[in-house]
Write a protein that binds this ligand. Sequence first.
Ligand code: SIN
Length: 482
Amino acid sequence: MAAPVKRDRLFIDNEWRRADSGETIAVANPATGEVIGTVPKGARAETASAIEAAARALPEWRRRTAQDRAAHMLRLHDALMDHRDALAAILTEEMGKPLAEARGEIAHGAGFFKWFAEEGRRIYGDIIPSPWADTRIVVSKHPVGVVGAITPWNFPNSMIARKLAAALGAGCTMVIKPASQTPYSALAFGDMAMEADLPAGVVNIVTGAASEIAAEMCENPALRKITFTGSTATGKKLAAQAGAHMKRVSMELGGNAPFIVFDDADLDKAVEGAMISKFRNSGQTCVCANRFLVQSSVYDAFSEKFAAAIAELKVGDGAEDGVTQGPLIDEDAVAKVEEHVADAARKGGEVIAGGARHALGGAFFQPTLIGGASSDMQIFRDETFGPVAAMFRFETEDEAIRMANDTEYGLACYAYTNDLGRAWRLNDALEYGMVGINQGLISTEVAPFGGVKASGIGKEGSKYGVEDYLDVRYALFGGLGR
Ligand code: SIN
């Protein structure tokens, strides 16, 4: 197949369609501010058509063997990898991340299809010893049905991949509503689905008005589950709306990750981890370290090394060679980052590096390091979602744990220590869905990604991730005696 291009139509029932109203949404390149195209402004009617198509495709898709579904999913994996460069170029153009990161994301996304192709073959049930004579209790797992996925702009490919792959492996069909900032990476899944010979209606993609598409997903009885990645505020509203119609939900929401550096840590490794955890995707990941808690005795040494590493970052258009920090997604994102920095400075924080909009203008912000941060600052409470690292001092392990857990969020956290006992104590005490010990990058398709507290419900990836797309049923077989 020819390399994927930026599709400007909805993908429903394996067909490319306009919105009924003919209305469109403009898509901009965050590095240049230029409009790079438009996509249809779909709404309730188009979402209903997509759900209908997914419901029509469901009986046949769920009836297939896991091996057969796996064959299509492996083809989808190969299609993504074959078109990796073209897909990465589309991703960088609409989202801004450096090309190398975009290529990494496509491979990460493709990995979910391989993983869940296999995992779909291991959806086992149980036989439970029955309390009654001449009976058997059989537990089996069944696809939930049609799933609605609402996905974010920060990982326009892999956030779709990890939902879609789990759904397909479980035998579900899907309607995807991508973020309006990054619809082209999502629509490319239409071409990938065709290349993988997926039957019509198994994957449908509707761009457009978020509130209307979400309302149709929540209210349409043919759709059985909603999976969402995005902010905690939106997730709470969506979960309430879905709950009113008794839909299952998976919610992968915001975080406020602590990154703890103990005095027994290897500081060079800690800085390496800090750079990836903080500055990957220009600080726009929900697992980004937001609060660097550094033990007083190594605070100055860590700060110096961290500032030196930050000075090496190269800010620019992600499509240019050597750029490691792209723009933020839009002006609102820059304004939030600016507000966090101003608030920290007002409350006594020291701006050690950066601290302002970048000379390139537009959505570019300087990679920033703030010292002497305190818990009354906004940055201690709220997810910054930008390239700002704030360092807080602590004295003891207990104090570090208390500070780390002093947040409504519970997605990811990180700790650097060479004390094995301490590492295990931290793993027990930190109230987070994911813990990186001496590691700044934790995302992989083989492990369960997801948070606790206000960071969400459910898991994505791994053997746990497929369960989110399955209903458990039990059957009591009676009258088995002679
Ligand atoms: C995120 O959900 O923002 C992070 C995704 C990842 O690390 O793969």
